[in-house]
Design a protein around this ligand. Structure first.
Ligand SMILES: Cc1cc2nc3c(=O)[nH]c(=O)nc-3n(C[C@H](O)[C@H](O)[C@H](O)COP(=O)(O)O)c2cc1C
Length: 364
């Protein structure tokens, strides 16, 4: 059967990916309430289409931090993608480059900063940073990303430790021995081996700084010239602190519902962050996006770019770079049709009035 939606890819990928990797990719924290909310809350939004405003084609370009993207969506940072496909992050980055989409490399990737730069040399890529106890090592990652031509640093602030993901605990998650955390070759342990529980949580507890604070944001802003985007913000309070401190962007995200369970869906948190700082900074979001209409809804609520995590892993597992390219093509087509039928000629035309919460209609 032809694969025509991101959900089709998910089903196919679940038959291909080995159980331990699949558990790591798919799971959320705890009882996975927030994981469900990430989807349900998109479904609770209705599109309010405007008629008789059509055009022959739509302008989907987005401009962020001085870079132009052909589409207003991109790929979220995700660890250890060579568990999905032998070319892992490199294939994902090449697919994003070929479609003019965004791409963000994880600190704990199985492909290095330099491999990504060599694989997708001319596209605007971002580097996601975790802050290690070893600050010199952390700084050296940023320097390598700068040197390799990355265009922004995405500082993940929702992970002083990892959330409790039960699949990884049950499976005693370990990274297959032929794979490595490639950014640390020659600097630090590159394997992830269970010592009795989730190997990735044990690694993070050992290496990442649990005392992460706003001082660290200041520290990063002081030494890098790249724009700094703070990822994992879910409240107006934190958004205001971050923007007052001088960050260049806010990434509204609940980390794919993998940190604390019971937090709001990212799309639920987006309006409060946009209301607080939308006129002072660039806001992007991710979490639960599986349809072009989801991208439309997030843009309508004020995101300048919308990111996807897991769906690109499903594309990667099914057909490597081509699978991810097909995922991005499906999304482009779905967004294009949504824009055309809602009367939006460009991304800038997608306004707050184009969406309403289902409760608006519940009284009828
Ligand atoms: C398998 C997996 C690994 C992830 N690794 C990272 C990571 O290394 N750094 C990070 O900031 N976020 C990480 N995330 C969170 C994603 O960047 C993103 O916020 C989330 O996947 C978006 O939700 P979605 O998968 O529903 O699109 C990871 C998510 C998944 C599913």
């Amino acid at each position: 059967m032809a694969l025509v939606s991101l959900k089709d890819y998910e089903k196919r990928a679940c038959d291909i990916i080995p159980p331990i990797a699949l558990g790591y990719f798919r799971s959320g924290a705890g009882d996975e309430l927030s994981l469900k909310l990430n989807r349900i809350c998109f479904d609770r939004l209705r599109i309010r289409p405007r008629m008789l405003n059509s055009s022959a084609s739509r302008d989907m370009t987005a401009n962020l931090f001085g870079q132009r993207y052909a589409v207003p969506f991109g790929i979220s940072p995700m660890a250890m993608q060579r568990m999905a496909h032998p070319e892992g992050e490199v294939a994902n980055a090449k697919a994003a480059a070929s479609r003019g989409a965004g791409f963000t490399l994880s600190t704990i990737a199985t492909s290095s900063i330099e491999e990504i730069a060599a694989g997708a040399p001319n596209s605007p890529k971002w580097f996601q940073l975790y802050i290690y106890k070893d600050r010199k090592l952390t700084e050296s990652l940023v320097r390598r990303a700068e040197k390799a031509g990355f265009k922004a640093i995405v500082l993940t602030v929702d992970a002083p430790m990892f959330g409790l993901r039960r699949s990884d605990m049950r499976n005693k998650f370990s990274l297959a021995p032929h794979l490595t955390l490639a950014n640390f070759e020659g600097h630090l342990a590159t394997s992830v081996q269970s010592k009795g529980g989730s190997g990735i949580n044990e690694y993070v507890t050992q290496q990442l700084d649990p005392t992460l604070s706003w001082e660290d944001v200041k520290w990063l802003l002081n030494f890098t010239k790249l724009p700094v985007i703070v990822k994992g913000i879910l409240t107006r309070e934190d958004a205001i602190i971050a923007v007052d401190m001088g960050v260049h962007g806010i990434w509204v995200s609940n980390h794919g519902a993998r940190q604390i369970d019971s937090v709001p869906a990212s799309i639920e948190a987006l309006p409060e962050v946009v209301a607080a700082v939308g006129d002072r900074t660039t806001i992007v979001m991710d979490g639960g996006v599986t349809e072009g209409t989801d991208i439309f809804k997030a843009l309508a609520l004020g995101a300048k770019m919308v990111f996807l995590g897991r769906p690109t892993l499903w594309g990667l597992a099914v057909d490597g770079q081509q699978g991810v390219e097909h995922i991005l093509d499906i999304l482009r087509k779905e967004l294009d049709v949504a824009m055309a039928l809602a009367g939006c000629k460009s991304v800038a035309d997608i306004s707050r009035n184009h969406v309403a919460h289902e409760s608006t209609y519940a009284k009828l």
